[in-house]
Design a protein around this ligand. Structure first.
Ligand SMILES: [Zn+2]
Length: 343
């Protein structure tokens, strides 16, 4: 079967395809308010809000690009900032003045498209905007092609600040804002040895460690583990089934794991070669359950869901496939779902 979005694209783009054969069901609306767990009695305690839960750079109805907020008291931390992240951040009622750090799992555009918008559009003391330094951690430069090295996280932000220099300079001249370059604290991560974690951030609310996960052909892709007084939350990032994620998520109160349904793409007529590529870089729902069981995770939330359009694979299907290999509670992620980890 022809799949227009993917025709003519290199194989590396197929995994991030965001559209499929039109469904006769109504176009799903984008959520605009937070649902899910009720807020903790202590409104300052740990909560996780799935801002965007879809896979792939191509916009799909019903789910925005990958991004999740970890909220601990009056501070907010983001994992990824795919398209729509800023809008969902605002709809979640979060304040950019509370944003302390952004952790990029990798530099695919479906995880970074809205990163600079947090600063470009959200800069300044007005409207509770960004007015304190924000730590941004992510992959370093890619030297796969020695003649054409590609920038890492630091380079990405340096180029963006320069590219938007005219707007930034004008706003600085006409206000009392802190220079934006002083608020953007980008940091390239160095890969830890295989099977080891690296501490990437720590303050009096959270301790964040990272571990490399397999997401070929990218040279670096990370999962993250947040340790707080109120619980532990692990993020798989984009990854094939990996013991690294299992170790990162060991005993976690909540594991937010990506997933991709190969049966759906097989149904679109993908070749075995392309299906092999998908499964080498993403995780089928049954394998998410298997990994969560091995890790002893207390709860699993699916996010970065492919296909992202809820009409293509329904919540019951996702849940059934994870539950076949995992006995704990499963949440099928939708944008603006609040999760309150319970240690
Ligand atoms: Zn992705």
């Amino acid at each position: 079967m022809s799949h227009p979005t993917c025709d003519g694209q290199p194989a590396a783009d197929l995994c991030t395809c965001g559209t499929a054969a039109p469904s006769s069901l109504a176009v799903p609306p984008d959520p605009v308010r937070v649902t899910g767990d009720t807020p903790p009695d202590d409104p300052t305690a740990l909560s996780v809000i799935l801002l965007g839960t879809g896979a792939g750079p191509y916009p799909a109805p019903g789910r925005q690009g990958a991004s999740t907020a970890v909220v601990v008291r009056d501070r907010t931390y983001l994992v990824d900032a795919g398209y729509g992240a800023l809008r969902k951040y605002a709809q979640a009622g979060l304040r950019l003045s509370d944003l302390r750090a952004v952790f990029l799992t990798h530099l695919h555009s479906d995880h970074t498209a809205d990163l600079f918008n947090l600063f470009l559009l959200g800069w300044g003391p007005a409207n509770d905007g960004v007015n304190q330094p924000v730590h941004i951690a992510g992959p370093g430069p890619d030297h796969t092609e020695p003649d054409r090295p590609q920038p890492g996280t630091e380079g990405l932000l340096t180029h963006l600040l320069a590219g938007f220099g005219q707007d930034i300079a004008v706003r600085l001249r006409t206000s009392t804002r802190t220079p934006l370059a002083d608020l953007v604290r980008a940091h390239d991560l160095v890969s830890p040895p295989p099977g080891r974690d690296v501490l990437v951030y720590e303050d009096d609310r959270v301790r964040v460690t990272a571990r490399e996960v397999p997401h070929p052909p990218l040279h670096q892709s990370f999962g993250y583990r947040f340790e707080t007084d109120e619980g532990v939350v692990a993020f798989s990032g984009d990854t094939a089934y990996s013991d690294s994620v299992g170790e990162l998520a060991a005993g976690a109160d909540l594991l937010v794991h990506e997933t991709m349904e190969p049966d759906f793409y097989r149904g679109l007529g993908y070749s075995d070669r392309l299906l092999d590529f998908l499964t080498a870089s993403h995780t089928a729902p049954g394998d998410v359950g298997r990994l969560a069981t091995a890790a002893g995770a207390r709860r699993v939330a699916l996010s970065h869901i492919g296909p992202p359009d809820p009409r293509e694979v329904g919540d019951d299907d996702w849940t059934r496939k994870v539950a076949a290999t995992y006995a704990g509670p499963v949440v099928v992620g939708h944008d603006l779902t609040r999760l309150v980890p319970a240690p």
